[in-house]
Design a protein around this ligand. Structure first.
Ligand code: F6R
Length: 247
């Protein structure tokens, strides 16, 4: 595991965007796994900026998003379809047919999940998976104590995640209770993983994830077992790891 320390959020975003950009330049047909949430917004902004300057071309890239809420239509402002369109896809040249996001509106969730996994396999697997880290240690929507052995599947969100995400919805009761997510097994099958983490609020969970025991209680701890993980985190997020002399 490689840990890159950035001075602040902007620099974290730029460093992570550089890794994605290098991936796409070296292999224009890259299959990217993408995340939503507040952390990667700066990464997407940086990539959009380089795209506008002509430095990067996404026309042959394929993407698979990690997750989506159940029950929100793609035009709901809090759906991950909407987020991705607003923050990235709507501003770069990834062909619509190359974009894959789990369908949270399906009436047959089992078939949707199996079809999603199959599409990833047909594309040759994910070359680079971008991840954020949840306050509970979740990656995607794989909450504490979820099995490490699952591919894409439906999940019930933990109260803590509903509370954390209610900042986007206004009221906790408006946050969907269910979501569909790539599983830990799907994430671990990505060839490379890029984890972005920012802020003091993530310092404790980041230390547990990177240096604690590998346990389903801390889903992100499984990343210690992946052969090619880069963590790009800002100074605040790495503060406890540094304090304890682990880097
Ligand atoms: C989003 C996702 C989540 C977030 C995590 C951190 O697609 O899969 O695991 O990465 O909840 O969210 P932020 O970045 O908002 O702290």
């Amino acid at each position: 595991m490689k840990i890159m320390e950035a001075a602040d959020y902007k620099s974290m975003s730029r460093q992570a965007a550089n890794i994605i950009s290098a991936q796409v330049i070296l292999n224009p047909k890259s299959v990217l796994g993408l995340a939503t949430g507040s952390t990667p917004i700066g990464v997407y902004q940086q990539l959009i900026d380089w795209y506008r300057k002509g430095d990067i071309d996404f026309s042959s890239v394929h993407t698979f998003n990690l997750d989506e809420y159940c029950g929100l239509s793609p035009d709901h402002p809090q759906s991950y379809h909407y987020y991705m369109h607003e923050n990235f896809f709507g501003q770069v040249n990834i062909p619509q047919q190359n974009i894959h996001i789990p369908d949270g509106l399906t009436s047959d969730i089992t078939s949707e999940c199996a079809a999603y996994d199959k599409r990833i396999v047909l594309m040759g697997g994910i070359d680079l998976q971008l991840l954020g880290l949840g306050n509970t240690g979740h990656i995607g929507f794989n909450e504490p104590n979820e099995s490490f052995d699952k591919m894409t599947h439906p999940v019930a969100l933990k109260d803590e995640t509903i509370a954390a995400n209610s900042r986007f919805f206004g009221r906790p009761e408006d946050v969907p209770r269910y979501a569909v997510t790539m599983g830990i097994k799907s994430i671990m099958q990505a060839k490379k993983i890029l984890l972005v983490v920012s802020g003091e609020g993530k310092a404790e969970i980041l230390e547990k994830a990177l240096f604690g025991p590998v346990l389903p209680l801390v889903p992100a701890s499984i990343l210690q077992m992946h052969p090619d993980v880069t963590v790009v985190a800002d100074r605040e997020a790495l503060s406890l790891i540094r304090l304890h002399g682990l880097i």
